[in-house]
Design a protein around this ligand. Structure first.
Ligand SMILES: *Cc1c(COP(=O)(O)O)cnc(C)c1O
Length: 428
């Protein structure tokens, strides 16, 4: 395939946008080469500016669970746009989407809409801190909760109780309130609670991790977090920005029957427009302004176009009783197909999957946390990525990303993908 026009558009973008992109992973730094500029998309396919068609396994990093340019969403946005695109005043559609979302989300009485997953997580920890009167939070290495300061933290060597910032610009003062634990390791969490008595406001976790590849919780891990939070009067925050409305209508809380205190959303909830949200029971949500003292606001929050897209998306999801079973079947079919292909070769590999989230790791050992996710062979991944791209199959340009399966994929698309993987791996 040729990417001449993409390359020249990227060169032009680099002149005026840092790195040519508005979000770093798009720049192909993890795999080399230059990014592909997309012109349009429909269903399971992307069409780039050079006229190539690609089968899409990223789907805007999750939102396009029903395929690109899904007509009910597009129609809802167009008809709303004609009535005005922003008012900074209440609109009825905000109540409609809130009611529908709350009918799907377990264990929540109220929901507040924001403009991104980052905002949702940032606001959720402020709320947890305001509610508990405590300063510290626990997060897990390899879990991503957006780019607000408190979350850009990594363990410094030997520092078990204090995080060190892993981005310049995040102050030590902020970093010291973020405690870092290991995913799937309850002991690492217990130690933090012992070392910081009555100081931890909340644990925030991706209940099925998706930002180090797909890493499912081991049996008992989420239950253990729930029990620790309950015992210490801390809040359990599920960051379901990726998993919400994707793994089940009620997300991981429904899938594994675990109650979080605050749940964060993004991606699917906006149907492809910039939307995030967080939800909890009344007792907690009543701490938010204007009812309570914890401030949180947004000029474009609850924007009518975004709400129209989200409402059309959630309506489609809630009225389709076989959607999640269908997605699971398609992704299982892909998993088995990839497994059968890779088994023909000597390449070490691990495939992780929960529902329509799946990741292929070029590593022998089970991938259960950030350390084991990092053990994958990046050089092999780069060749795998570019090989698939050349076959017209677009997976995320990073070894640490989950593939997001869309219902628009047909079994022919999946068969084509599996045979493309066979052709690519044969050359590795
Ligand atoms: C994508 C993501 C975020 C951040 O959402 P943005 O809309 O990119 O700000 C937060 N948490 C998780 C789990 C995510 O996957």
């Amino acid at each position: 395939m040729l990417y001449q026009r993409s390359s020249s558009l990227f060169a032009a973008a680099e002149q005026v946008i840092p790195g040519g992109v508005n979000s770093p992973v798009r720049a192909f730094k993890g795999v080399g080469g230059t990014p592909i500029f997309v012109e349009r998309a429909k269903g399971a396919y992307l069409y780039d500016v050079d006229g190539n068609r690609l089968i899409d396994y990223i789907n805007s990093w999750g939102p396009m669970i029903l395929g690109h340019a899904y007509e009910p969403v597009v129609d809802a946005v167009i008809s709303k746009a004609k009535l005005g695109t922003s008012f900074g005043m209440p609109t009825e559609i905000e109540t409609q989407i809130a009611s529908l979302a709350l009918s799907m989300i377990p264990n929540a009485d109220k929901i507040r809409f924001v403009n991104s997953g980052t905002e949702a997580c940032m606001s959720a920890i402020r709320l947890a801190r305001g509610f508990t009167g405590r300063a510290k939070i626990v997060k897990f290495a390899g879990c991503y909760h957006g780019h607000s300061d408190s979350f850009l933290i990594q363990a410094g060597s030997g520092a078990i109780t204090f995080g060190t910032p892993n981005s310049p610009g995040v102050t030590q003062g902020t970093a010291q309130d973020t405690l870092l634990a290991d995913f799937n390791d309850l002991d690492s969490v217990k130690k933090l609670f012992e070392a910081n008595p009555n100081q931890i406001a909340a644990i925030i976790v991706e209940p099925v991790a998706g930002n180090m590849g797909c890493v499912p919780p081991l049996a008992g891990f989420l239950e253990g977090l729930r029990a620790i939070c309950t015992a210490h009067n801390s809040l359990l925050i599920f960051d379901e920005v990726m998993t919400g409305f994707r793994l089940a209508a009620g997300g991981v809380q429904e899938l594994y029957n675990i109650k979080a205190d605050i749940t964060c959303f993004g991606k699917v909830i906006g149907g492809g427009l910039p939307v995030g949200a967080f939800a909890a029971r009344n007792e907690i949500m009543n701490f938010l302004a204007p009812v309570g003292p914890v401030y949180q606001a947004g000029t474009l929050s609850g924007n009518p176009l975004a709400m129209a897209a989200g409402l059309a998306m959630l309506t489609a999801i809630s009225s389709d009783k076989t959607l999640f079973a269908r997605l699971d079947e398609k992704t299982a079919y892909l998993e088995v197909g990839i497994r059968n292909v890779l088994n023909k070769y000597t390449l070490p590999f691990t495939i992780n999957r929960v529902g329509s989230m799946i990741s292929v790791h070029f590593s022998e050992q089970p991938v259960i946390d950030f350390a084991t996710a990092k053990a994958g062979d990046n050089e092999t991944f780069k060749k795998f990525f570019h090989g698939l791209l050349n076959e017209g199959v677009y997976i995320a340009p990073s070894a640490y990303e989950t593939w997001f399966i869309t219902d628009a994929l047909t079994y022919e698309d999946l068969d084509f993908t599996i045979s493309a993987i066979d052709r690519v791996v044969a050359t590795l």
